[in-house]
Unconditional design. Structure first.
Length: 220
């Protein structure tokens, strides 16, 4: 497979240029986002597989705008605009057809969703039973916690035996999870508590805001 990819990349050529202009904005505030790196890929189809081919890299300026002379990849009918992520905005890819790109070349606009801090605090105050199991999962705007943003768990309890990164087993749990989720989007937090042979499922839906401390406490 890798040999085929190398051969395709080596034979790639271009067919003219396309002058593109546009801006990148915050999807909620509609303000421009400066200095946002964008990787452009032409998409080639080979053996029923899509192979991304590097077509250029650009960045928005101080006003959140960009101008670029794009070398069109021959036989590429679609292009990916891959926005490099950081702690403020996650990585995201927008796919545009060549016709759409041609029609809107001078008026491109991409919107990104901002990330904000979320702290989840867990404390077990129940003394009975001696042991139970708590599992935690969350997603923001439909994006799983596994892929949205790296998170950190500080466990101040004596129990540190996990079944996965978000499962606690035992009787002394006092933990803090620090992560980032989408601002002004619905974030769903799910707790599964296995106790006395029964499972209790609790779901909390919150909206994390900008420029404030977003904290969720769970005591069981």
């Amino acid at each position: 497979m890798s040999t085929t990819v190398i051969l395709l990349i080596g034979c790639v050529n271009t067919e003219g240029t396309l002058e593109i202009k546009g801006k990148v904005i915050d999807d909620y505030t509609k303000t421009e986002i400066p200095y946002r790196s964008i990787i452009i890929q032409g998409l080639l189809e080979s053996n029923e597989k899509i192979i991304p081919i590097d077509a250029g890299q650009i960045s928005t300026d101080s006003s959140g705008c960009f101008t670029y002379s794009l070398n069109k990849v021959k036989y590429a009918h679609y292009y990916n605009f891959c926005f490099v992520g950081d702690s403020d905005y996650p990585s995201v890819t927008r796919k545009l057809g060549l016709y759409e790109l041609d029609q809107n070349a001078k008026y491109l606009s991409f919107s990104l969703s901002k990330l904000v801090d979320l702290t989840i605090k867990i404390h077990r105050e129940s003394k009975k039973p001696v042991f139970d199991t708590l599992s935690l999962y969350w997603e923001s705007n439909g994006v799983s916690c596994w892929s949205l943003y790296p998170y950190k768990i500080d466990d101040y309890g004596k129990t540190k035996n996990y079944l996965g990164l978000t499962t606690w087993i035992g009787g002394n749990v006092n933990s803090t999870i620090k992560t980032r989720v989408f601002a002004d989007k619905r974030t769903k937090i799910r707790w599964d508590l296995d106790r006395n042979g029964k499972r209790i499922v609790l779901i909390d839906t919150i909206m994390c805001r900008r420029d404030i401390t977003n904290i969720v406490n769970f005591t069981y």
